[in-house]
Design a protein around this ligand. Sequence first.
Ligand code: ATP
Length: 360
Amino acid sequence: TAATTTTKSAASAAAAVAAPPVRRILSGIQPTGVPHLGNFLGALRQWVQLQDQPAQTVVYSIVDLHALTAHPPVPPATLRDSIHNSARVLLALGINPKKSILFQQSQVPAHTQLQWVLTCVTSVGWLNRMTQWKTKAGSSPADAAPPAALKMGLFAYPVLQAADILIYRATHVPVGEDQHQHLELARDIAKVFNTTYKTNLFPMPQAVSTSAKRIMSLTDPTAKMSKSHANPKSRIDLTDSDSTIAKKVRGAVTDSDPTVTWDPDTRPGVANLLSLYAACRDLDPASLPEGELKGVVGMVNLKKKVAECVVDTVRPVRDEYLRLGGEVGYVKAVLEEGNARARAEADATWEMVMKAVGMK
Ligand code: ATP
């Protein structure tokens, strides 16, 4: 009847208003060591900003299963400490457990359950093309061994990463530039799953990028700054003291030209210092030699300026991290609550996956 039709269309109009587009944000960090300045400028700073938008679920994961791919393996006691300390750093830099689900990946079994299902629709050829696999495989000490000695976990890592994203049906993924290829793969995997099982279960996750591009190693500016790199002088940890930061910046590889120019191709060391300065101050690195750093001559002077601005960026995070050292119970409780909330979200998707595939 006309009355019912009116009621129905009023109801659907109300539903349209009451259900704004829901964003689901997911990102992760490996507990392979203390997060460094590259992690912060490339990804974590944005994690904090993304928490404050309405109508969304925000999920941040300490991806300890991924950390098992490290070679040689991380000693168990170190891994345990790194998981706790990563949570401390994330809380210290402003992840708010009231706004975000902060949890430990291995405590949510649906990640690996989904990984298996996704492994069964992912071509080996796709994984062979992953730059990180090629780089890590090429530079690992197992290099001398035949390729057959390389571990399955390292090869399948991007499929687990796809599962991390898709198990929350995430729509947005804030990651550094080094992870864009993996995110592209996650989209391909989502697409092939949806096509194979004639479903629209998985949305296509989009990258959310920061203006800070890849931050490079201080000792080898052609490689990215990385937690798992053996040389601690190659990175600035978010827990470093002011004097350690100054020392590491002083030791950064540059070149013999005393002028300050932006030339990433021919002067990667200087460009990396300018990128660090620019990212800390939210400026464009190319503009610095004629802008904020006009008149600075000599690497000693440039490094002094860079160290000052890095110290300003790191200090508040480090001080809060140190304070949280006295709050072990609180940090553990945050993770436990996050684990339970993440399990509820992930299990709901896993039910849908089992139905889509025909296991239920
Ligand atoms: P590992 O050395 O153990 O591989 P990592 O330092 O590369 O670790 P991840 O835990 O893999 O860091 O990454 C956490 C986040 O930090 C990701 O979003 C990644 O894109 C970002 N990230 C990592 N390294 C850099 C870097 N050098 N510059 C900018 N962003 C980075």
